[in-house]
Design a protein around this ligand. Structure first.
Ligand SMILES: *Cc1c(COP(=O)(O)O)cnc(C)c1O
Length: 353
């Protein structure tokens, strides 16, 4: 750090994203991207004419995308706000609903950015341990009188709570916002979107990065009561009114409209997931019951760090988190069937050796 850095940032530990190697060709199973290309409708929407319009600012209200999203999710446009990735919407939500006197509650094993943003904005973290089997006990979140964020399904465990469990948490915290991060919901979770009209304290966050093939476009949606969404817009228009670029607005609309492609690719991932889980279990791995596009797996035979390194040597990238409770575990993104066969071949070589 330079001698000019604000002392308020000295203690911040930034998030470490999964590797995005630019040199070697890896089988990339480390950042939960889709192995499939975006819908052909997306490719057509990002036309030369649209590129030429890049000289003009994008629509700060994102009206066209909001109309499409509202129809798609059966909501009103004022119940939705697009973000530059769901990360931005989560950040806006923490900025809007937490501060030094209003902590954020979240699980000990969950998405790492929640803690990073708390550090950046001096929000106290109330970290609630998952149970020994990595499940979350909803009762741990009753009557907290704090803002809550729950990834459902959770990452990196892949485990999901039923909608009724989240509803219990919403009821038990009527005076606090409950943020449900649904990054992986399209792979077998139960979305809380149908609860939005009933619970004014519910904020649902979804992303186009995992199930809609647009990680590089950076697009997410925050959905909730219109007043909550107005609060998020208050933050957005105080920071970066043109936060979604023109090409991404077009790409996102096209991706939402192509429901057939979305359903086909989600179904392919779910099928490959179930095949891969069986294959890993046949090799002695413990594999959690994933409702996401990744598997969380461990073997008694080798530590997670060693497996990660040896797989990388063989050209397969997976994610290992060097955190005490999960150091023996790997998070493995579901790729194409061929990707998963290559992973299993590499694992067989490593475990025999
Ligand atoms: C990937 C992920 C995000 C971030 O998604 P972007 O839309 O790409 O910013 C947020 N939350 C969880 C749990 C994720 O896994």
């Amino acid at each position: 750090m330079s001698r000019f850095l604000s002392p308020t940032l000295e203690a911040v530990t930034p998030y470490t994203p999964g590797e995005q190697p630019q040199d070697q060709q890896y089988i990339k199973l480390n950042t939960n991207e889709s192995p499939y290309r975006p819908s052909p409708a997306v490719v057509a929407a990002v036309s030369e004419a649209e590129v030429e319009k890049l000289r003009l600012y994008s629509d700060p209200a994102c009206a066209e995308l909001l109309r499409t999203a509202a129809a798609h999710f059966n909501l009103q446009p004022d119940q939705i706000m697009p973000g530059n990735g769901s990360d931005e919407n989560l950040f806006f939500a923490l900025r809007a609903f937490c501060d030094e006197a209003h902590p954020l509650a979240y699980a000990d094993i969950t998405y790492g950015c929640y803690g990073v943003w708390c550090g950046l904005m001096h929000i106290p973290s109330h970290i609630i341990p998952l149970k020994d089997d990595f499940t979350l006990d909803p009762a741990d979140y009753y009557g907290l009188n704090e803002t809550i964020v729950i990834a459902n399904p959770n990452a990196p465990t892949g485990l999901a709570l039923p909608r009724s469990a989240i509803e219990g948490i919403l009821k038990a915290n009527p005076d606090n916002v409950v943020i449900v991060d649904e990054a992986y919901v399209d792979f077998g979770g139960e979305s809380c979107i149908p609860l939005i009209d009933q619970y004014e304290n519910l904020l649902v966050i979804q992303t186009f990065s995992k199930s809609r093939q647009l990680a590089g476009a950076r697009l997410g949606l925050a959905m909730g009561n219109a007043k909550l969404i107005a609060d998020l817009n208050r933050v957005k228009f105080s920071l970066n009114p043109y936060n979604i670029n023109r090409l991404t607005l077009k790409a996102g609309k096209a991706a939402l409209e192509d429901t057939a492609y979305f359903e086909k690719t989600c179904a392919a991932i779910v099928e490959t997931r179930s095949w891969t889980k069986q294959q890993l279990e046949a090799r002695g791995f413990t594999v959690l019951d994933s409702r996401t596009n990744f598997l969380f797996a461990s073997t008694g035979k080798k530590g997670g760090g060693e497996l990660y390194r040896k797989l990388k040597e063989k050209g397969v990238l997976v994610r290992h988190f060097d955190a005490p409770r999960i150091t023996d575990w790997l998070r493995i993104t579901i790729g194409t069937p061929e990707d998963m066969e290559a992973l299993l071949r590499a694992l067989d070589e490593i475990l025999e050796g």
